[in-house]
Design a protein. Structure first.
Length: 232
């Protein structure tokens, strides 16, 4: 089974890649701008159980056609699961947000998953599962917070994109779901909200995500699923 994970250099992406590597017969293409931790993980990995392939790749600026697709062909890497986990979190009052802020948030959180899914469709196996990492901030009816307008709007767009894509790809037997994460104690959250302690650890959330990307599509398709200990 072949799984591609973006944003795999830290946080939920890294822990999910590590969890998958403990399962027999997995090949994990782990993508991140910084792959130092991933190379260390690959060195420690048992090749008789699974294979971890780190790839330094910027989902916003790197060329899918020139850098990613040639590698997929070389590895004969047909995708069984794609986790679009790379994202950016901006906590900033709207009147202080620049056009550059808008572009950075939407390019990472919406455009990058769109381009990856579009360009990687020829490499996806029948029965594969696309999981987009959303947020409770982009979940309709959930509590909203000042400073997160651009971030929440981008995650809301990703949620609707996921719903529409599931309908479009169902004849190919490709499932698409979006996990709307609540607060998780990631480095990104700590940077945006200094001093805040989230109710869930990265490792706890990654255990859920690992199981979900492997078998969640047996039960769900086209769903935006809140993964949060609080009610909206």
């Amino acid at each position: 089974m072949n799984y591609l994970i973006t944003g795999a250099g830290k946080g939920i992406g890294y822990e999910t890649a590590k969890n998958l590597s403990k399962r027999q017969g997995m090949r994990i293409l782990a993508i991140s701008r910084n792959v130092e931790k991933l190379h260390e993980l690959a060195r420690k990995n048992n090749p008789l159980v699974s294979e971890i392939i780190p790839l330094s790749f910027d989902v916003v600026n790197s060329s899918i056609q020139n850098h990613l697709i040639p590698l997929l062909k070389e590895l004969n890497f047909k995708i069984d699961g794609l986790l679009n986990n790379a994202g950016t979190l901006l906590n900033k009052p709207l009147e202080q947000c620049t056009d550059g802020d808008f572009d950075a948030v939407f390019k990472t959180n919406v455009e990058a998953p769109f381009r990856l899914i579009r360009d990687l469709l020829p490499f996806m196996n029948e029965g594969s599962h696309i999981v987009n990492a959303g947020s409770m901030g982009g979940f309709q009816g959930s509590a909203k917070f000042p400073g997160l307008a651009l971030y929440s709007a981008s995650k809301g767009a990703l949620a609707i994109f996921s719903e529409c894509l599931a309908e479009e790809l169902k004849d190919r037997k490709i499932s698409v779901n979006c996990l709307a994460f609540g607060a998780v104690q990631t480095e990104m959250l700590a940077a945006a909200f200094p001093g805040y302690q989230a109710p869930l650890s990265v490792s706890a959330m990654a255990e859920f995500v690992t199981d979900f990307i492997v078998k969640g599509h047996i039960f769900f398709n086209g769903k935006v699923l809140p993964v949060s200990v609080s009610t909206p």
